[in-house]
Design a protein around this ligand. Structure first.
Ligand SMILES: [Zn+2]
Length: 407
């Protein structure tokens, strides 16, 4: 969004915010849709494919299955199965060495957000040369990139619908967001059957992350009528489905709703960015190793409360809460926001997310440092209310109080 278009602030009755979005990703959704992978890859001109995945996906049998599907269509396959959580420049370099030695022409990311990020990072370096920091920022790649197919096995990041690769520096752990439309997947294969194998904690953490994406994208400064469609539909799909996948991991219909909801929230992020919950979560992950979904989840109700003091944001939350019929806007904005917070608390409790920062071993004395770092995060600038370090400090302090039981 340009500075000029930002003037047409969302939330004002007659103004529609400007946006510029081109979908670059074909989305193929359905149980066993992964069986179409060979045909889809060939459609992109593939001859030799690199599959980027992690050891857990190998153990679950998904890597072998994908390899077999591709080979049975006459494609050459190389597998890089050493993806680690929160991938670093070292991981990307290792993946690149495999890609270079095999002479590949297509890349597949199979797994969670880390597999997607490693695959995208590898694609940048393979096609454009240089090092990951060269692509830190927006639109730094000069040459076309190889066709990339994303196959998520978690319902969380929505990376399959985003053009960003998140890679950390191996030594400083600084997370670098490399955004480029050329890095977006050409095809996203959303097969709910592949998400059934997730360990329960992964289902819980990634599910909360997806829901947080719907909530944050629904109120950012960049939100617009196009992004709101995705935020609202995502929220409508995931809120009822999340407790179901926690209770019954084999519920394929609920798994499908979570997977599609996560992808739609990813599309919302591409258009609307994220807000203060993500900004405040990153320092918690960096300093205490708290898993992303848990860090975001623990802060989310507090961020909603803080942002809802802005009238336009309050209305946006109330409209979001109306999508899955948690509340009705006509019954009043305040009660709708309270109902939204209560439902989020209930979902967090169902996912067994820690009830306070104290439970996660975070030290109150560190909140000043955490707040200073949160204020510098990229997503802080998109939060509907201005977030200064003192605001983040208050936010962290609030998250030391155990949250409610929800409803
Ligand atoms: Zn997230």
């Amino acid at each position: 969004m340009t500075a000029k278009s930002a003037k047409s602030a969302p939330g004002k009755p007659d103004s529609l915010a400007a946006f510029d979005y081109q979908s670059r990703t074909r989305i193929v959704f359905g149980v066993d849709s992964v069986e179409r992978l060979g045909e889809l890859a060939r459609g992109l001109g593939a001859k030799v494919v690199l599959v980027v995945t992690d050891p857990g996906i190998v153990t679950a049998g998904h890597a072998d299955r994908v390899e077999h599907i591709l080979q049975s269509c006459g494609l050459g396959v190389v597998v890089f199965n050493e993806v680690r959580e929160n991938p670093t420049t070292r991981d990307v370099d290792k993946c690149l060495a495999v890609a270079q030695s095999a002479g590949i022409d297509t890349i597949i990311g199979l797994g969670g957000g880390s597999s997607m990020d490693t695959a995208k990072g590898c694609n940048f370096l393979l096609t454009n040369g240089g090092r990951v920091p060269d692509y830190w920022g927006v639109g730094k790649a000069r040459k076309p990139m190889l066709p990339f197919i994303a196959i998520p096995t978690t319902a969380g990041t929505g990376s399959e619908c985003q053009s960003a690769a998140l890679i950390a520096d191996e030594h400083t752990h600084q997370k670098m967001a490399c955004l480029d439309p050329k890095a977006a997947a050409r095809v996203a294969v959303l097969d709910p059957a592949l998400t059934v194998s997730q360990p329960p904690l992964v289902t819980a953490h990634t599910g909360i992350d997806a829901i947080a994406h719907a909530v944050e994208t629904a109120v950012t400064k960049k939100r617009n009528n196009f992004s709101l469609m995705f935020s609202h539909e995502s929220f409508k799909l995931t809120v009822p489905a999340f407790p179901r996948v926690l209770r019954n991991p084999k519920d394929i219909h609920a798994r499908g709703r979570m997977l599609l909801g996560a992808a739609l929230a990813g599309t919302a992020i591409e258009n609307s960015m994220l807000g203060a919950a993500h900004a405040a979560a990153n320092p918690l992950t960096a300093h205490y190793g708290i898993v992303h979904g848990e860090a975001v989840g623990i802060l989310l109700p507090h961020v909603v409360r803080f942002n809802a003091r802005d009238r336009a944001a309050k209305r946006a939350y109330a409209e979001l809460a109306s999508a899955p019929e948690i509340a009705c806007v006509s019954d009043g904005l305040d009660s709708a926001v309270e109902a939204l917070i209560a439902r989020l608390e209930s979902l967090l409790n169902a996912a067994q997310i820690a009830r306070s920062l104290a439970d996660l071993g975070v030290k109150r004395a560190k909140t000043k440092l955490l707040a200073a770092e949160a204020a510098k995060q990229w997503t802080t600038g998109f939060n509907p209310r201005l977030m200064l370090p003192k605001d983040f400090e208050r936010l962290y302090q609030a998250a030391f109080q155990p949250r409610g039981n929800g409803r």
